[in-house]
Design a protein around this ligand. Structure first.
Ligand SMILES: [Zn+2]
Length: 134
């Protein structure tokens, strides 16, 4: 981790993709704030991450500065899609609580949707799409 860095231009591409998927997934009720920073709780974590509160409908979606793999437009787009799916599922996951099985199933669903949309999953690019991811 940390070999590759995302730029301000990458954030723009990411933010544009977030807007697109937000509209396509019917997530218009959410206020999404896009940021450019690593996950402080998980510095060796993922390419992007999301924090959301389904009571206030405020969401922070961040593109990590440090990337585990070369930054491409497609990966930025896929990362935005991945995080928007997390947001779509966030209220459901709140009801699931801290169940590890629910988190695993959440990712299984996301991977299936990525394959349907892009013909491959983000995790197949070598991203660590593990349990620590958000
Ligand atoms: Zn994920």
């Amino acid at each position: 981790m940390g070999t590759y860095k995302t730029t301000a231009k990458d954030v723009k591409v990411f933010a544009r993709a977030v807007k697109k998927w937000q509209a396509k997934m019917g997530l218009g009720r959410w206020a999404i704030f896009v940021q450019h920073k690593n996950d402080e709780d998980d510095p060796d974590g993922d390419a992007a991450w999301v924090l959301s509160d389904h009571e206030t409908l405020v969401c922070t979606m961040a593109l990590a500065v440090d990337w585990p793999l070369p930054v491409t437009k497609e990966l930025l787009e896929m990362s935005a899609y991945h995080e928007c799916l997390h947001l779509l599922l966030a209220p459901l996951m709140d009801y699931a609580g801290t169940s590890k099985h629910a988190r695993q199933e959440e990712h299984r669903l996301i991977v299936a949707l990525e394959r349907m949309q892009f013909g491959k999953a983000l995790s197949e690019h070598g991203e660590t799409d593990g349990e620590s991811e958000d």
